[in-house]
Design a protein around this ligand. Structure first.
Ligand code: HEM
Length: 495
């Protein structure tokens, strides 16, 4: 877990308190050259071992970075003191693109509170239950796609998750190819991923560049910002209008957007304009927050299956015992599938999707364990790969989440996957049900193995390195995906 601060605080302001310990900084540049541009979280974890278990600090060009390395520190600050730690640090390029309305990026203000209420209402566990039949249907579509072109499994995963989000958020069924809404949404996500990485754009470190004329060299970010604004408008309003029109014609299907719009007495009255805008913004935030994140975990599932055939066999045996291979699994089977549940939990822990979390910024100076803390962001890698809590953390082992008699264990630390405090991920219940139906459905009819080269040798898969991006993915890998047998083929053909 870690926190980043913007400016050097004066000694007086720090009341003589030191920043948490960390590697010795150089004058002016601080630890800038110590922080690796790739996989910075691995360095944070190493420094934690040297300088302290709970918090460490680094400096870089006038910023102070405080790393929260333990579940306890993250809970203590981000949850118990969430009144202070729920802001996000500003990012000049996002301001240029006017992306402040997007919930994960937005300030901690009244508009954010209103949007969180909208999301928490639409995505609470009781509300999420109604999307299960749709999730099951999309999982079946995925199986059919996988059977027809298994080599495109990553594309199919992206399509599957896009379909789940657009259906639960807008009651909209995406088309197989070239969907009118997904194009802009994916372009916007790509732009976000490319420009959010530390060091990706100078303007993030030198905001003054915003004010320079566009004809100067290096000002290409201004055109990118215009693209970002255009895409964001499309993502925010186009599918929202689809739901509104559906309300007028009586064709709108249950969705997070509809559930919130239905609470408004007259959606056409001018007095409702602000409420509508907040719903459009809350809903418009969900594709960017929920697509790539879940896709990463689903891709890790295939990676795991290729690497661990014994786990695959054991999981298939558990599913088969329940379905007798006469049908595909359903949500009602879940209580009898503890090993599958443990696999879902371990998937979230094994390849952490957001290795440095999403930045939290403190709104006022603070003190923790005798150290001065000004502002910050948090990472969950150190927690979920802490060998004292999860021995041999790089190994996929579902048993971590099972009791000795095979029941699913409650593991509070796993919640770190979804962040802390008031900014905790509102999509976590949807992730839980998506993961379950996806994992069981695939296991019931397919076998995944390592791909073979022309000589018949197995091609190894890389189970260690995910991409070094804010949302981290398994690097591209090949695997062999085949229906388990003729029974499986029949089940797929019957879909
Ligand atoms: C495996 C999948 C996912 C993971 C690992 C994940 C993880 C996270 C994390 C770590 C945060 C930051 C929490 C913090 O700041 O402390 C977050 C925020 C958020 N997530 Fe997720 N998420 C996932 C899927 C989803 C889905 C499916 C949705 C919605 C459809 C979603 C919507 C959001 C939103 C809107 C926020 C911003 C919350 C705020 O700033 O108030 N996430 N997520």
């Amino acid at each position: 877990m870690f926190i980043v601060f913007k400016v050097f605080e004066s000694r007086r302001r720090r009341r003589g308190l030191a920043y948490p310990p960390g590697p010795r900084p150089l004058p002016v540049v601080g630890n800038l050259f110590d922080i690796p541009p790739q996989y910075s979280w691995k360095a944070y974890a190493e420094w934690a071992k040297i300088y302290g278990n709970h918090t460490i600090s680094l400096t870089a060009l006038g910023k102070v970075i405080v790393v929260l390395n333990s579940y306890k520190a993250a809970k203590d600050l981000l949850e118990k003191r969430s009144g202070i730690y729920s802001a996000r640090p500003s990012m000049p390029f996002h301001e240029l693109m006017e992306w402040g309305w997007i919930v994960p990026l937005s300030r901690y203000d009244d508009a954010w509170r209103a949007k969180r209420k909208i999301l928490d209402h639409g995505m609470r566990p009781n509300a999420a239950v109604q999307y299960q039949p749709m999730q099951k249907m999309k999982a079946h579509d995925f199986l059919k796609h996988l059977a027809s072109s298994p080599e495109k499994f990553r594309e199919h995963i992206t399509h599957f998750q896009g379909a789940i989000i657009m259906s639960s958020v807008y009651g909209y069924d995406v088309s197989e190819h070239g969907d009118k809404y997904l194009g802009a949404a994916n372009e916007m996500n790509d732009l976000g991923v490319r420009t959010m990485l530390p060091g990706a754009l100078f303007v993030n470190d030198l905001p003054i560049l915003k004010y320079l004329p566009e004809w100067l060299p290096g000002m290409g970010f201004k055109e990118l910002a215009r693209q970002g604004r255009r895409l964001a408008d499309e993502v925010r309003y186009a599918p929202f209008e689809f739901v509104k029109n559906g309300m007028h014609t009586g064709t709108a299907r249950p969705s997070i957007t509809l559930a919130n719009l239905e609470q408004i007495e007259d959606i056409d009255s001018p007095e409702s304009a602000r409420a509508l805008e907040l719903i459009a913004e809350a809903s418009g935030s969900l594709y960017s927050a929920g697509a790539d994140t879940t896709v990463s975990t689903l891709a890790s599932f295939f990676l795991m299956l290729a690497q661990y055939p014994d786990i695959q066999e054991k999981a298939q045996a558990e599913v088969d015992a329940v379905t007798r291979r006469e049908r595909l699994p359903d949500y009602s089977d879940r209580p009898r599938l503890p090993y599958i549940d443990a696999i879902c939990k371990e998937l979230l822990r094994w390849r952490v999707v957001t290795p440095i979390g999403l930045p939290h910024a403190a709104m006022q100076d603070d003190e923790y364990n005798g150290y001065f803390i000004p502002k910050g962001q948090c990472s969950s890698t150190a927690i979920l790969h802490d060998p004292s809590v999860y021995p041999d953390p790089e190994t996929f082992r579902p048993e971590r989440f099972l009791t000795e008699d095979g029941n699913v264990k409650d593991d509070v630390m796993l919640s770190a996957v979804f962040g802390f405090g008031k900014r905790v991920c509102p999509g976590r219940h949807l992730v839980d049900t998506t993961l379950f139906i996806f994992v069981t459905s695939v296991l019931s009819v397919f076998t995944v193995a390592k791909a073979k080269d022309a000589q018949g040798n197995e091609i190894p898969v890389d189970c260690v390195s995910n991409t070094s991006t804010l949302i981290s993915y398994p690097e591209p890998f090949k695997c062999s995906i085949t229906p388990r047998d003729s029974k499986a083929e029949q089940l797929i053909a019957g879909l």
